[in-house]
Write a protein that binds this ligand. Structure first.
Ligand SMILES: [Zn+2]
Length: 98
């Protein structure tokens, strides 16, 4: 459990920037969100942020956790409650939720 969180952080945090809303790593410019002037965002991903606004401005941290849980559950073959805990820990330090 803890090992998986650290692997994710190292993978996404140290080597590439990651979305400060959902935690998705921004590997390429295609993953990056866009600012109002069309510039790439270095802070948020394309799923969360387009044209300078959040795609789901009403999203709460809790909503994001629920949204993001199926992905690691499937990728890492975790039980839903384990995946949820992991997403919760991983996203709690992201700047959108501070
Ligand atoms: Zn995102």
């Amino acid at each position: 459990m803890t090992g998986q969180i650290q692997t994710l952080k190292r993978w996404s945090g140290r080597i590439v920037p990651y979305c400060q809303s959902c935690g998705m790593p921004l590997f390429t410019s295609a993953d990056a969100g866009t600012e109002k002037d069309g510039q790439e965002s270095s802070t948020y991903c394309i799923t969360c942020y387009r044209n300078g606004v959040f795609t789901e401005p009403e999203h709460t941290h809790e909503g994001m956790i629920q949204n993001c849980t199926p992905m690691p559950a499937q990728m890492l073959n975790l039980k839903p409650e384990k995946a949820e805990e992991m997403v919760r820990v991983f996203t709690k330090d992201l700047s959108r939720w501070k």
